[in-house]
Design a protein around this ligand. Structure first.
Ligand code: ZN
Length: 294
């Protein structure tokens, strides 16, 4: 069986055909523009390089992934212009005539890292991405976490000290939720430059503060065995070491397990993705492989 995958992200789409389990064959990466042209380009890739029997899609959200729902496959309340209430899978399914398996882009990335990356062998862990937006996906007790809809890690509320950071935040729904304060777009609007190019210690100390607050919330609620921190903003080399230090301070020794208390434990607890930028598309291929029962 041949299977394909799409990481349908808010910034870019990555299409791939599997060349064996965990291995990418042909790929195509292009920016997310408007829904029509973006979906068409993806369909064209699979027509030209296919055929595939099953297609896995990891989509940015919020997206309706509830099987049997009349709006299954629809991106709902996204702040992304032009994409509100957009059905991303029907067109692919009808144009390609294949079964489509859908999850969020971050759940797909979590699945990829679980099978082939930084979280192999674990039962419960979280994958988060800090990029243009902030999202998170999880494996809990060996299953992708869905629950009511799917996790919306980026929209958790974090303490906002307006004396230290008077910036209002950019989330159109919440203002100063985590994504509103700490996403790449928030960094750009607060400081006037894209995050990756800023070299100012204050930028990364503030960013690490918000990230560490959110990670402590996660550690205390979901009890993950590890947290994988991906995304473009997280590639800034200063960020993860600062976030680890602040995470340890904020936890204050409360969770007394060797995974958090041994020397260098936090370095193994908060880790970068091993699949790098390929986690999402490799995970999308895994969704398809699971559906094909291979
Ligand atoms: Zn929000």
């Amino acid at each position: 069986m041949r299977y394909g995958g799409i990481e349908a992200g808010g910034t870019k789409w990555v299409c791939a055909i599997a060349d064996g389990p965990g291995r990418l064959g042909q790929t195509d990466t292009f920016p997310t523009t408007q829904p029509g042209p973006t979906v068409s380009r993806a369909a064209r890739f699979f027509i030209e390089n296919g055929p595939v029997d099953v297609l896995g899609v990891g989509a940015f959200g919020p997206v309706d992934i509830r099987r049997g729902s009349p709006t299954w496959g629809t991106i709902t309340t996204t702040p992304k212009p032009g994409w509100t209430d957009t059905d991303v899978v029907s067109a692919l399914r009808s144009e390609l005539g294949v079964e489509v398996v859908l999850d969020t882009d971050v759940n797909a990335a979590a699945l990829g890292e679980w099978r082939w990356g930084a979280a192999t062998g674990l039962d419960t862990f979280f994958y988060i991405t800090v990029g243009t937006g902030i999202g998170g996906g999880a494996i809990v007790n060996g299953q992708i976490l869905h629950g009511l809809l799917h996790p919306e890690f980026g929209h958790m509320r974090v303490p906002h000290d307006r004396q230290r950071d008077p910036f209002d935040g950019i989330c159109p729904y919440h203002g100063d939720c985590l994504e509103g304060l700490a996403s790449g777009e928030a960094i750009r609007q607060r400081w006037g430059h894209a995050g990756q190019t800023l070299d100012d210690a204050a930028v990364w100390e503030l960013e690490a503060e918000y990230l560490a607050l959110a990670l402590v919330n996660l550690a205390c609620t979901v009890s993950p065995e590890r947290i994988v921190v991906g995304g473009g903003v997280a590639k800034q080399p200063a960020l993860l070491p600062l976030a680890r230090r602040r995470f340890r301070e904020l936890l204050a020794g409360y969770l007394r397990v060797p995974e958090l208390t041994e020397p260098d434990a936090i370095e193994r607890y908060l880790v970068p993705p091993r699949l790098g930028d390929r986690a999402g598309v490799i995970g999308a291929l895994e969704l398809a492989r699971d559906a094909a029962h291979e």
